[in-house]
Design a protein around this ligand. Sequence first.
Ligand SMILES: NC(=O)c1ccc[n+]([C@@H]2O[C@H](COP(=O)([O-])OP(=O)(O)OC[C@H]3O[C@@H](n4cnc5c(N)ncnc54)[C@H](OP(=O)(O)O)[C@@H]3O)[C@@H](O)[C@H]2O)c1
Length: 266
Amino acid sequence: MLAKPILLVGAGALGSAILKGMRVAGHVAPQDVIILDLTPGEEAQKYAGLGARLNPGPEVWSEAWTVILAVKPQSWRGAAQILSGNLNTGATLVSVMAGVRTDDLSAVFAPLSVARVMPTTGVATGKGVASLFSGDGKALQAASDLFAPMASTVVLDHEGLIDAATAVSGSGPAYVYAFASALESAGLATGLTPADAKTLARATLISAVNLLDATGEEPEDLIRKVASPGGTTEAALKVLRKEGKGLDELIKAAVLAAQKRSQELG
Ligand SMILES: NC(=O)c1ccc[n+]([C@@H]2O[C@H](COP(=O)([O-])OP(=O)(O)OC[C@H]3O[C@@H](n4cnc5c(N)ncnc54)[C@H](OP(=O)(O)O)[C@@H]3O)[C@@H](O)[C@H]2O)c1
């Protein structure tokens, strides 16, 4: 069971998405949330209106049993200094920061147990993606209890795989948007009006993804159901999956580039 109250440190883009996700999933009541952010955005203000405590004094911070650290990686040591001595020593720290290792967090926040999570901002809709890592069973459970109601979660075997997860799911939404944009441009090349190309490209993507989700079928099986031998889809797939220089190779190269960059930034 998720230990509450929850202290959210940093309510920017991702912190706000987590707040929204908790509201949508309903597993954390606003009254169980304490928010620290000197420039709170719309969602944090909304939470405060619903009963969350926004920027209370340090005497309140130690009430929290789960602490989410969602500041920029370059700000975390400053935030740790402010929090120092004011956290519950039995609390769990869940860091959603890219590139900050559990060893470094543990060295500063001991004796708190530490977990790392790499979420997408899609958690805001209750349907995000989150990769979890911790060498501590209690911390891993806390991270899972927090994110599983608002994301599909995977538990990573070792911390280095966070770079891999970042390359696939963290940056992944941008790959999908790039595809949507390319399909729309291609629609223009076929002679469709800009408005129709836009509608058809987006609706096709959304309905295809919905089907993938609803049926649980493998992508290759779904492809076979669309592509009849000698038909139009097959003609397109011959171009898209050209051996040695098709979409598969391109996506693989893109994901490996993202993984390498994530390793460099860490
Ligand atoms: N955005 C994403 O899609 C995403 C995905 C995965 C992981 N992450 C990770 O999530 C973290 C946050 O990213 P973000 O995009 O949400 O950044 P962001 O929008 O800049 O949010 C960070 C927030 O933390 C606040 N803050 C800074 N120092 C603080 C302190 N000492 N106490 C309380 N609040 C403080 C900032 O306030 P000010 O603006 O006033 O400084 C800001 O509102 C990063 O470490 C990033 O690696 C983000």
